[in-house]
Design a protein around this ligand. Structure first.
Ligand SMILES: NC(=O)c1ccc[n+]([C@@H]2O[C@H](COP(=O)([O-])OP(=O)(O)OC[C@H]3O[C@@H](n4cnc5c(N)ncnc54)[C@H](OP(=O)(O)O)[C@@H]3O)[C@@H](O)[C@H]2O)c1
Length: 300
């Protein structure tokens, strides 16, 4: 369990809902709840908040889980960075998720796109149309107003680099509570993690399994040998490493068996933990951090 803003508990193991298929979103969210996940990561951009909301509403009722027992995040998309668009976008997400408050709202990327209903605005050459009429500090102020309004418990940023985070952190009235970025043994983001630890910001790792891409951390010889040694699966070893180094994480599984597997983690022996820290391969799997264009989005 992590604590954000010194008071709000956030389960370190989070379930990501970036799932392309609507029916699978519903079944996987339900399976995750049944496996024990109590932290759910969503986004306007995933175009499936309604399905997640449906699954959560039914799942909480059927399993006797109170709303306060789960932690739900969603994200402001790039086309809604203009301050006057932030509150309406937040309200629409709440409605789709069938919730009356959010635990965490993140700016999905630091890149503003042309405002409007088209999530992926492009010019005739296929280039993204960015919005030069807004800057990140102004969007952040609108996020702070959401916390003031009482329907959003905490705010943060995703796909942000340390150099972009520093000025926001310095000028923010309400400091970012959580940073969500790609992290795994091939991309440990140690400098960003150290900054977060120093400032009490939760570092929330996405792609802890390297997005499941092979070859990748799931097939790394060090991970495979530790998995065999400790009697866990490679995925369980990677997730345990992420928690053990002090991060929270998001993992996505489409089947009930994998949801149970990913929830069933235990601490690694110190030598195994250190061995993973010594892996030298460096690889980023998702380039969203460079342009704001997501590498993996639902196709519907
Ligand atoms: N902020 C951002 O820009 C951003 C970007 C990407 C993701 N995210 C968030 O992070 C969440 C996590 O997604 P991710 O792709 O980053 O997670 P991940 O856990 O690194 O990768 C998920 C992939 O690994 C596979 N997998 C899951 N459990 C496994 C296991 N036990 N053994 C072997 N393979 C396994 C899944 O396969 P199956 O699908 O077949 O189960 C899926 O293809 C997303 O849902 C989203 O909420 C945020």
């Amino acid at each position: 369990m992590k604590t954000i803003n010194k008071t709000i508990p956030m389960p370190a193991l989070g379930f990501g809902t970036l799932i392309p298929d609507a029916a699978v979103t519903i079944s996987a969210t339900r399976d995750a709840l049944e496996a024990g996940f109590r932290h759910f990561d969503c986004a306007e951009r995933y175009r499936n908040e309604s399905e997640v909301g449906e699954a959560l509403q039914a799942g909480l009722a059927d399993l006797g889980i109170a709303r306060e027992e789960i932690f739900v995040t969603t994200k402001l998309w790039n086309t809604n960075h203009r301050p006057e668009r932030v509150e309406p976008a937040f309200g629409e997400s709440l409605k789709r998720l069938r919730l009356n408050y959010l635990d965490l709202y993140l700016i999905h990327t630091p890149f503003a796109f042309q405002p409007g209903d088209e999530q992926d605005p492009r010019d005739q050459n296929g280039n993204v149309i960015y919005d030069s009429g807004v800057n990140l500090p102004d969007t952040w102020k609108a996020m702070e107003h959401l916390v003031d309004g009482g329907k959003c418990r905490a705010i943060g940023l995703a796909d942000i680099t340390l150099d972009k985070l520093l000025p926001i952190y310095a000028s923010a009235r309400i400091k970012p509570a959580v940073i969500q970025v790609e992290a795994h043994p091939y991309l440990p983001e140690t400098e960003l993690l150290e900054f977060c630890k120093e400032k009490g910001i939760v570092f929330l790792a996405f792609a802890p399994l390297g997005h499941g891409i092979k070859p990748g951390p799931l097939e790394d010889p060090v991970i495979l040998s530790i998995a065999a040694r400790v009697g866990k699966t490679p995925a369980q070893v990677l997730l345990a490493w992420a928690v053990q180094r002090g991060t929270a994480l998001l993992t996505t599984a489409k089947s009930a068996a994998r949801a149970r597997e990913n929830f069933d983690i235990s601490p690694l022996p110190e030598d195994a933990f250190n061995e993973i820290n010594r892996i030298q391969t460096r690889q980023r799997f998702n380039q969203v951090v460079n342009t704001g264009v997501p590498g993996f989005i639902p196709k519907r």
